[in-house]
Design a protein around this ligand. Sequence first.
Ligand code: NI
Length: 401
Amino acid sequence: MPPSATTAAAVVVVEAPSEKEEEEEEEEEVVVAKKPTTSLPIPVNPLHPPPTPPPPTNHPPHPQLITLPAPPHPLPPSTATTLLTALRTSGFLYLSNHPIPPTLLARVFALSAQFFALPQRRKDALAWTTARANRGYVCLGREKVSQALTSAEVAREREGAGEDLKESFEVGREGGVGGANRWPEEEEGQGQEGGFDARGFRETMQEFFERGKELHRVVMRGVAMALGLEAGFFDGFVGAGDNTLRLLHYPPVPKRVFQEGRVRAGAHSDYGSVTLLFQDTRGGLQVEDPGGEEGWVDVGPREGCVVVNAGDLLARWSNGLVRSTKHRVVEPPLVGGRGGRGGAAGGDVVPARYSVAYFCNPDFDRWIEALPGTYGGERGGKRWEGINSGEYLEQRLSATY
Ligand code: NI
């Protein structure tokens, strides 16, 4: 471990991370102020077989496993219904038999690890700039808190106790809103031999980006069918693919960092329509039980599966029907252990975790307002004003960074 991490951890108090609270406040300010609490009745949609009543009390938050049909077979209506029910109840699900080839995923993970292993200066040269661009490299939050020299700075560090123990790299749509992607370049004089394959990195991420776009369309077709809409209802909303591919690296950390109250990623909900999450075998992702009874529930890796969860904009679009569930990344559970945490047997260091999140959004030029069938009559009015997708995302991102 670099000494900076130890320094950062040493001054952290075990209280609830304050950034988490800030994050929640920000959410309320920006959008969630109008978000209904879970105790409000969820509108009923008459266009589809009677929707399963949502939790919170008797439906465990554990994500369901849903298997997609092999292409070119369309999604059966029953699968679509199960998918929407999962998004309404836990807000999370596992999708197997998805169309992203394992070989491509393996390449994405390998190149991601190589990217994060680059010298810091090469990563910093690609630094994330603005919420509008939302592209590039985001460094570890802990670097900010490792430089404390005065008591005022220590106090500020405590404020920052919830800073995420992660670094990331964001890729947007080529030619989309916010400008060009920030791709790493070949190091001069190094070539591919023994160096970082910058071209392979770019091409692989671009290929993955397109595959993710397609999977987004598949998921939204399921949502449309289950809502009693035309299967292709959302096609015109997701065709451009204004999505964000985020490579994530949670570096190895001393176990005691977690004992001191730190997390790898603080509790948050996602912003867009859905998120597709691919994780390595490490574990650590947890979702909040919307009913509150089970607290945080582990959503561990399952071979060949992508984790799908609904974001705030889909919740808003569906007039509150779909649930955008809070989640976080913490110390992984003990492998083969019972109830303990720690990720790997023995040792004082919790190994690294890598994941790949594909944040899907409605195209940025689309107007998002309550979907047909989710309001009116007994279902009540529209709970949110309509909003432009791109402006919404920019607002949310500005509040985070
Ligand atoms: Ni998330």
